[in-house]
Design a protein around this ligand. Structure first.
Ligand SMILES: O=C1O[C@H](COP(=O)(O)O)[C@@H](O)[C@H](O)[C@H]1O
Length: 233
């Protein structure tokens, strides 16, 4: 296991969401003060909602902050499966409504995620490297970003020497085709958080730490970037 995995446990989801949001805001604020801009890549799914609500209320210079996604289901924002819709409703709001948001779904290639990769990759890279903050989640099958077990491009996505910033992913259990940042692009960040909740997910984490080979292991076992794991029941 990577010696740079720092585990933080919280009594409940509210406390976790509050603490993580304020920690992220502190990093973005420091980035804006040091370099005049900040970048944040967030995950979708259900877990981040509470944290997004607190983060959106933090008083930093959001006009200098660019936000994108770690991964996306290849669906339009009108779908309740859209991670972009989640971010727009819960994070690009309140103080943060002036932040710039870069979605990964590209309407021009709505029928073909692979046709969108070159353009979306360029847009993501135009945010600059490294990201200031990346926040990962984890699904009950041990996927993180859209690194799904059995995914058709899993090996390429996890290749630490890979050059693509974004890849497509199809897998049983993933639902729609996906677009995902690659592992090297995820790790190219000044701060990396893994946000997970519930005893089931803690058990998965413990299994992976014990040696089980699920995609999340690729994040926990690399030694390029330290990972702060934030967990609550
Ligand atoms: O499909 C996805 O799932 C994971 C985990 O979501 P959760 O609902 O279990 O929190 C998420 O991190 C990822 O961004 C999303 O596309």
């Amino acid at each position: 296991m990577n010696a740079k995995v720092n585990r933080h446990e919280f009594a409940d989801r509210l406390t976790l969401g509050d603490t993580l949001a304020k920690d992220i805001a502190g990093k973005l604020d420091a980035a804006v003060k040091a370099r005049g801009k900040a970048s944040l890549a967030v995950s979708g799914g259900g877990t981040p909602k509470l944290m997004f609500a607190v983060l959106a209320e933090q008083e930093i210079d959001w006009s200098k902050v660019s936000i994108t996604l770690v991964d996306e289901r290849w669906v339009d924002e009108s779908s309740d499966r859209s991670n972009a819709a989640l971010v727009k409703h819960h994070l690009i709001a309140h103080e943060a409504h002036v932040a710039t948001f870069l979605p990964l779904f590209d309407k021009a290639h709505a029928d073909d995620v692979d046709a969108a990769l070159a353009d979306v990759g360029k847009r993501v890279d135009a945010l600059g490297k490294p990201f200031d903050v990346v926040v990962l989640g984890m699904g009950p099958d041990g996927h993180t970003a859209s690194f799904f077990p059995g995914g058709d491009h899993l090996a390429q996505a996890l290749d630490l020497d890979g050059k693509q910033s974004v890849l497509s992913m199809r897998a049983d259990g993933a639902g729609e085709p996906r677009i995902t940042l690659s592992l090297p692009r995820v790790l190219d960040t000044r701060a990396l958080y893994l946000h997970i909740e519930g005893n089931d997910k803690k058990a998965i984490l413990d299994k992976v730490i014990g040696g089980e080979d699920l995609p999340i292991a690729a994040v926990l076992k690399q030694d390029r970037t330290a990972v702060d794991v934030y967990w609550s029941p």
